[in-house]
Design a protein around this ligand. Sequence first.
Ligand SMILES: Nc1ncnc2c1ncn2[C@@H]1O[C@H](COP(=O)(O)OP(=O)(O)OP(=O)(O)O)[C@@H](O)[C@H]1O
Ligand SMILES: [Mg+2]
Length: 493
Amino acid sequence: MERTDILKDPLKALSAISETINTIYDLDELLRKILDIVLKTVNAQRGMVLMFEDGQTDKLRVRLSHNIDTPPDQPLDRFSRSVVEAALKEGETIISYNILQDDRFSTAQSIAEQKIVAAACLPLRIKSQPIGAIYIDSTETRGQFRPEMEPFLNAFAHQAAIAIENAQMYERLRIENRRLRKTLQSKHEISGIIGRSPAMLRVLETIRNVADTRATVLILGESGTGKELVARALHFNSRYHDKPFIACFCGSLPETLLESELFGHKAGSFTGATHDKKGLFEEAHGGTFFLDEIGDISPRVQVQLLRVLQEREIKRIGENQPRKIDVRIIAATNKDLKKEVEEGRFREDLYYRLNVITIYMPPLRARGDDVILLAQHFLDQAAQKAEKPVQGFSDDAIEAMRNYSWPGNVRELENCIERAVLLAKSDFITSKDLQIEPEGRISSLPSGLTMQEYERLIVEQALNEHQGNVSETARALGVSRRWLHYRLKEWGL
Ligand SMILES: Nc1ncnc2c1ncn2[C@@H]1O[C@H](COP(=O)(O)OP(=O)(O)OP(=O)(O)O)[C@@H](O)[C@H]1O
Ligand SMILES: [Mg+2]
């Protein structure tokens, strides 16, 4: 952007400049660019960017300088300090077109020494909080500053502060996300099980303790909490890891098919049994057999399983000769098995045989910040799969994930992050990309209202959530803006 362009069409120049600086996320590079623009605009030879340290308004430090020899930790000379202080105090750009005739500033030695003829300072503010300032001066008589530049500089300082805030935020997120990734890589995990909450550390401890034994394990927990993952971890962290791991989904098969799957059959034992078939228990010989959804098996299969657990032998359908099996049995269910026993749907003796070691998978909402660790893990996976440079989460996304109750547990989180990565428009996933609703909206509605009254309540709630923005509210509710306007008018809102 040339100086003449700025003079000719300052608005156009400003928007072009904003566009450039808003895409620079590296703070040092951004500050260099900002200073460069200011120097060129006013035709100044020297300049520096000063920033307050960590939001402390008494610690102004030189972040960057051009042609001015101030070591970063050295205080400013008296003259430039008086200009900067005045600008920060007024909260406005200060331009001194001719210093020798300007009695606002101490015409100190430094001017004489450095032959400064003109100087200016632009305070940088975010939401009216000062964050720093840009100081420039000119040592050439020809390089006098021109008044018509002032509006441009004011607007530019505003834009620059926003870009600086963005870059600082970006930097903070990058550091935070790097920290999360480091935590993920730490030693606490067992082959892909992520979690550092006390509840999950207990689960991991149990896995370590019992993996190498042949004891039967019952894994309980809500849907999507990682029961299958734990079953696999038990097997693959045992010394039997090179033996088979066989899983059977008991819930989905009709009784007779399940029996033949589990135990195998002799040719001719029923129609369709054309040849001898090994059952899954035999397939798993020497390894681990995982009975998933054990709460769903029929009473007859329950009896047969009980025999397997007691005798450690099976009979193929149609055979009388039992066969010895050596398998480690792991069972899992998302049902409350104890209640199933109490209500007579599950055999008590089988329950006790299965329940030698119990691993209870905590729901995700009871795992604290594991949610964030898991989210980062799924994000890395999804970003790689989608070949998108998504790096992490914005603060509001982290907040939203912490506040949500995750009824579908880890699986829901995994799906949510995958979708968010696809939706993400920047390097960081926002709460919008997550598409999770804050809790308690429907359940907090009172009962006993008419449809009309509910409608109004829901609309008011949605309006609040979108700060009264009609277009956004309409979009969120899936109604037209006209409809919404019409209703609001009807209700006198
Ligand atoms: N702690 C964890 N770390 C990493 N990934 C996990 C963790 N827990 C669960 N997952 C992932 O979440 C998804 C669901 O886990 P899994 O299938 O083991 O749950 P489940 O309890 O068997 O669910 P369901 O009851 O619905 O069968 C899987 O993709 C799994 O890899
Ligand atoms: Mg499962």
